[in-house]
Unconditional design. Structure first.
Length: 457
């Protein structure tokens, strides 16, 4: 199996494990409280993850990040687990999975207010559609009241969305798997406040419940999160993995019927379909967009690549009054012959393709030792705002790490504050600035440390 296709297996494993959690939680809580289940589930998960530590290359945790780690542990595992279990205990598995499926949408909405990320008109309409589905589930057969279980599930969804936002900051410095592990460990420590209660409750529980708790701790928690992280790591497109989330409500409903003999109410089926329709509409640009891929280019693509670079850098040239006379080396004036020289030197040139069209470019220049320079990072203006720039930085990081490069450097115009903040947001740190006689601006150098990502051969 090709590596880039293996994400399907990882994603499917994760979705099965998570769908099981909705069903098994209701069965386990016939003998255990929601608090005891939460603690046992993540105690087991933590023990499994601890066993994996020798197999991973982890970065030393900085003391200044402990507060953020505690927050992710609290929102994503401590408070979330309590709210999730209390909600699932009172609401059938199918309904629970539909409510939790709104997390990606809630995350995007929160990002609008926290990170000022853009929400399109279509996405606002999609939000209204999903809200209609929620209203159908909560009102039909219940009147104009929301059950206590649904309240807990809505809270769980909001907490998980908050966790997603906090994790965005954490993964800028640590790998996705390390960030998740640290959050789980922090959450487990907090859940330990229920240890005395758990000790009392586990006395005399049936062997069946013990087995189910082990399954949830090992598979629905530890393996699920590792597998999900691995899926994103090997996939070329984030949407290819996240789209599997839409399978969760359907799979949970089937597992609920088979394992727990739970039949969803008509309101759950109708409301669930409407909610999922809203979610699909909300993410339709990603769901139905052409596949983005990166490939190393050769002589045949140099002319196209030069055009992409010129289009991308033209905006910077205009903003800072750069011309062919005062800054001939700027990307706005790149020609195929310039790229040909780089190619003949053995430098790595990469094209970013949307379908068959090249919409971006970057170049990796390896130096003596374990250092590389990232050059000519470009995305055509018409495709900006779609996170292709982040896609480029992530791919460049992975390529460099695989080649045992320990740091990536990049130089930008010091006065370009927006670009500086963007690189910092993606893990780069300022090193120094320098003025060159042949350039009409001061160069700011930033660096990305990859030492902790480089694995031993």
């Amino acid at each position: 199996m090709k590596k880039e296709r293996s994400f399907h297996v990882y994603a499917i494993i994760t979705i099965i494990c998570w769908s099981l959690a909705f069903v098994l939680s209701r069965l386990v809580m016939q003998e255990l409280s929601s608090e005891a289940l939460g603690f046992l589930r993540y105690l087991i998960a933590s023990l499994v993850l601890i066993c994996l530590i020798p197999l991973l290359k982890l970065r030393k945790v900085e003391s200044k990040d402990l507060g953020l780690i505690v927050l992710t542990g609290a929102t994503g595992f401590f408070l979330y687990m309590i709210a999730f279990n209390k909600g699932v205990k009172e609401v059938n598995a199918a309904t629970s999975s539909v409510i939790v499926a709104t997390v990606p949408m809630i995350t995007a909405l929160l990002s609008r207010f926290v990170y000022k990320e853009k929400i399109t008109t279509k996405q606002w309409i999609a939000t209204g559609v999903s809200f209609l589905g929620v209203m159908i589930i909560t009102i039909v057969n219940k009147g104009f009241t929301i059950s206590n279980g649904l309240n807990w599930l809505f809270l769980a969804a909001i907490l998980l969305a908050a966790y997603n936002l906090l994790q965005k900051k954490l993964v800028q410095k640590y790998s996705a798997i390390q960030s998740t592990m640290m959050s789980i460990f922090a959450g487990t420590i907090m859940l330990a406040i229920f240890l005395p209660r758990t000790i009392n409750e586990v006395q005399g529980i049936s062997m069946q419940i013990i087995i189910l708790v082990l399954i949830m701790g090992i598979f629905s928690s530890a393996i699920a999160y590792v597998s999900w992280t691995k899926a994103f790591e090997v996939a070329e497109n984030v949407a290819s993995v996240s789209n599997y989330m839409y399978v969760t409500p359907l799979l949970t409903t089937v597992l609920g019927l088979v394992i727990a003999k739970e039949f969803p109410e008509v309101s759950t089926i109708v409301g669930g379909i409407i909610i999922l329709a809203g979610l699909i509409l909300f993410n339709s640009d990603q769901l139905f967009s052409k596949k983005v891929r990166i490939k190393r280019i050769g002589n045949a693509e140099l002319a196209t690549a030069a055009q992409v670079i010129r289009e991308s850098f033209a905006t910077v040239a205009n903003d800072f009054d750069l011309t062919l006379d005062n800054c001939p080396t700027n990307g706005a004036f790149t020609q195929a012959k310039h790229l040909k020289i780089d190619l003949d030197k053995g430098q790595q040139l990469f094209g970013v393709y949307l379908g068959k069209k090249m919409i971006g470019f970057f170049e990796l220049v390896y130096h003596d030792g374990y250092q590389a320079t990232l050059e000519k990072v470009a995305v055509v203006p018409s495709e900006r705002g779609n996170q292709y720039g982040e896609f480029i930085l992530d791919k460049a990081r992975k390529i460099a790490a695989e080649d045992r490069i320990e740091q990536i450097d990049i130089g930008i115009i010091k006065e370009n504050r927006r670009l500086k903040k963007w690189y910092q947001k993606n893990g780069y740190e300022i090193v120094c600035s320098k003025q060159f006689d042949h350039l009409p601006f001061e160069v700011l150098y930033l660096q990305l440390d990859l030492k902790d990502e480089v694995t031993n051969e």
